[in-house]
Design a protein around this ligand. Structure first.
Ligand SMILES: [Zn+2]
Length: 720
């Protein structure tokens, strides 16, 4: 893989163009963890100098020099690999055996601009297929022939021999430049299959950037920008989600992290910002949301680590839906020229109308206003018409999506080929290397630095592995007798793992408050009447506890039960498509106290209140505001002695009239405050075992929220 990067964040335009190498046998989880050193830096490509001359001839010579230099460097890089690919090499495997291995270049991960440079493609050409420019914006139903780079190479050679211009034209027609593709001629390599989908560059940094521009234009046209910003700034926290602190329009840096963040909430924020449309707005609003939703859904599902024909079918349908609804953005897709045309037409119309108005002689003020309104409408219509007719969606990043599903069918999941986690670390290492160099002819120094860091880290990893193995053996030899008795137990996982397996990680109460010892003090701390607490405690007891475990039901005995109050609940949440990896959700409740010197923080959580079949897409869960956490010791229970109950105070929301079903265009579940009592008083006391994680709700005003199902893959998969 290769990726151009700036050497310093602060000054100059010094760039590095590193080439990395990794092998496909390594688990992507390991590969993407920088500390595992699974990716090596093999070369720094020569970064072509900026074109300084304005003369076409000088520029074309310079371009040719660049191409030749690149070609020469790649020959050097591939030369040693080529020998192994053909005849193989004996390699030490981790199981102690030596195997004859045939390493073959199987994938090249790079953003589109680099793919163009390395494959010798013209601008806006696909590295995989011969799609013509005018079809880039069409959906996956049309299949274009796969590229045949060997044929291009032989045609190029023929051209150089014969000078037949027709040959050149035939290549140009399919978007091929008369240069050698650096990969052609490598043994056992299928060049068009080197291209891999790249979610980061293609979807997040490519399509989402376009999409946000269109959305901004759309919001402006319909005067919804302020509302969008308001919703944007009031998003609640969620694990791994960076709560926006600035208004959307004030954010200037949109890089991978920010774009991913945006992808996780854009559908909900947009749906909220487009709430309550006028009758004329209903159609376009619905289509815009459907269009954005389709692209977001596609990008989320593209990140699944395992697929079924069903999920691939979904992906194809999302892409279809996007193409179906994208026309709603057509008018914002205009090129500069189109915009210029529209402006010119507009000006002409304005002058015509002025003349007409003058020619009409004396008209009443009301008539005059009516005429002006009609003129304004006509101008707006014509502008839209021009923009629509001359704009198109034929850009390469939209086309590349059609290859995603076929890629999964052929090669497996897409994140496997995404190295964006690792990428960051390697960039850092290259920048570090540059910082440690004398900045003068730094390439060799960067390579040396990286080489040393890599070698030392590898040695440390080996030592650590050996150490772990030694400890393991000690344990095993102590257990020798048991091993003989129970042969089948030989492959049992190491101790730590075994424990984790039979006991799933537990929910923990953290951040204990001082000086809260009984329910009266708790009621003061939570700022609710103690009678309400007693009432809810009794309800909880009757609902969830068996006869002799029940709590006392008179105020006096309830008020002497010892309690402890906490500020945080740690909830282990099984990671999506994993069986033994847990994410930790830290649900916080500070009551009215400030959180980290800021405003108070009381998180939204999911509470299991019904059976799986209830509340439609929410599957028996309702979101609620976490208002308090406490432990109570039942010192007066008769039979069981002193049982401890770990409880939460939550203000539950309700699924809206449609009962949690998804009906709207945005496909999100609506929830709202319960109307029967003032929200502040309407709380329940539940066992913390019923709380399954943090919920992400997007405010929609008037005590209503949208459940953000795009916040992570797990939620996306569950709430649907
Ligand atoms: Zn293609």
């Amino acid at each position: 893989m290769s990726d151009q990067t700036h050497l310093t964040n602060f000054s100059g335009d010094k760039k590095a163009w590193p080439v990395y190498l990794t092998i496909g046998n390594i688990l992507s989880k390991t590969r993407n963890s920088p500390s595992k050193m699974a990716v090596v830096l093999v070369a720094l490509l020569p970064v072509p100098p900026k074109f300084t001359s304005k003369k076409t001839k000088t520029r074309s010579i310079q371009r040719q020099n660049n191409d030749e230099a690149l070609d020469a460097v790649f020959s050097l890089i591939f030369e040693p690999l080529e020998a192994f690919t053909k005849s193989g090499k004996a390699m030490n495997c981790s199981d102690g055996k030596v195997r004859q291995c045939f390493p073959v270049l199987a994938a090249w991960i790079a953003d589109h601009a680099e793919n163009e440079a390395l494959h010798g493609l013209k601008r806006m050409s696909c590295a995989r297929c011969e799609v013509p420019i005018e079809s880039l914006g069409s959906d996956a139903t049309e299949v274009h022939p796969t590229r045949d780079y060997e044929r291009y190479a032989s045609v190029t050679e023929q051209y150089f021999d014969t000078g037949d211009e027709q040959l050149a034209a035939s290549l140009s027609a399919v978007g091929i430049k008369m240069e050698r593709n650096v990969f052609v001629g490598l043994s056992r390599v299928v060049v068009p299959l080197l291209f891999k989908p790249d979610i980061l560059h293609n979807v997040y940094l490519g399509l989402f950037k376009h999409l946000m521009q269109w959305i901004e234009d759309f919001l402006k046209k319909h005067d919804r920008q302020d509302l969008f910003d308001e919703v944007w700034k009031s998003l609640p926290p969620y694990p791994g989600f960076f709560v926006p602190k600035k208004a959307y329009r004030e954010v200037t840096q949109w890089q991978g992290k920010e774009m991913r963040n945006l992808g996780r909430c854009i559908v909900g924020v947009l749906a909220s910002a487009l709430r309550r449309p006028t009758p004329a707005q209903q159609g376009p609003f619905r289509n815009v949301i459907r269009c954005v939703r389709a692209l977001v859904d596609f990008s989320l599902m593209a990140q699944y680590r395992s697929h079924t024909p069903e999920t691939l079918g979904y992906m194809e349908r999302y892409l279809e839906a996007f193409h179906h609804y994208k026309d709603v953005f057509q008018e914002f897709r205009g090129s500069k020229k189109t915009r210029g045309d529209a402006d010119a037409n507009d000006e002409q119309l304005r002058l015509e109308h002025e003349r007409e108005l003058k020619g009409a002689g004396r008209v009443s003020a009301a008539n005059r206003r009516r005429l002006q309104d009609a003129y304004r409408a006509q101008r707006a219509d014509e502008r839209e018409e021009i923009l629509r007719s001359q704009s198109h969606f034929n850009f390469i990043k939209l086309h590349l999506l059609v290859h995603y599903c076929s890629h999964v069918r052929q090669f497996g999941n897409i994140p496997m080929y995404s190295t964006d986690v690792g990428e960051l670390a390697h960039k850092v290492q290259i920048k570090e290397g540059y910082r440690h160099s004398n900045k003068n002819d730094a390439s060799r120094q960067i390579l040396d630095y990286y080489g040393r860091v890599h070698a030392v880290s590898m040695r440390l990893l080996t030592l650590r592995a050996l150490q772990a193995e030694a400890i393991d053996q000690e344990e095993l030899s102590g257990d020798a007798e048991r091993r003989f008795l129970d042969e089948t137990d030989r492959y049992r996982p190491r101790k730590g793992l075994a424990q984790a397996e039979d006991a799933r990680p537990r929910k923990l109460l953290k951040a204990r408050y001082a000086n809260i010892d009984n329910l009266r003090q708790l009621s003061l701390s939570l700022d609710v009447p103690v009678e309400r607490i007693f009432e809810e405690m009794i309800k909880y007891s009757r609902r969830s506890l068996k006869g002799d475990e029940r709590l006392p039901e008179d105020d006096e005995r309830l008020s002497i039960l010892p309690i402890e109050q906490f500020g945080q609940l740690q909830i282990p949440v099984l990671a999506f498509q994993e069986t033994d990896v847990y994410d930790t959700h830290r649900a916080r409740t500070t009551g009215k106290r400030s959180f980290r010197n800021g405003a108070s923080r009381n998180d939204w959580v999911w509470v299991a209140v019904g059976s799986k079949g209830e509340y439609g897409a929410l599957h028996g869960q309702l979101p609620g505001k976490l208002r308090g956490l406490f432990k109570v010791r039942n010192t007066v229970a008769d039979a069981t002695g002193s049982a401890v109950h770990r409880l939460a105070v939550v203000q539950l929301l309700q699924a809206q009239s449609n009962g949690g079903h998804i009906t709207d265009a945005h496909g999100l579940v609506k929830v709202s405050v319960r109307r029967q009592a003032p929200f502040e008083d309407a709380f329940w006391i539940v066992d913390i075992m019923t709380i399954s994680g943090i919920a992400h709700l997007i405010p929609e005003g008037d005590g209503q929220w949208l459940v953000n199902s795009g916040i992570d893959l797990r939620t996306f998969n569950e709430i649907y």
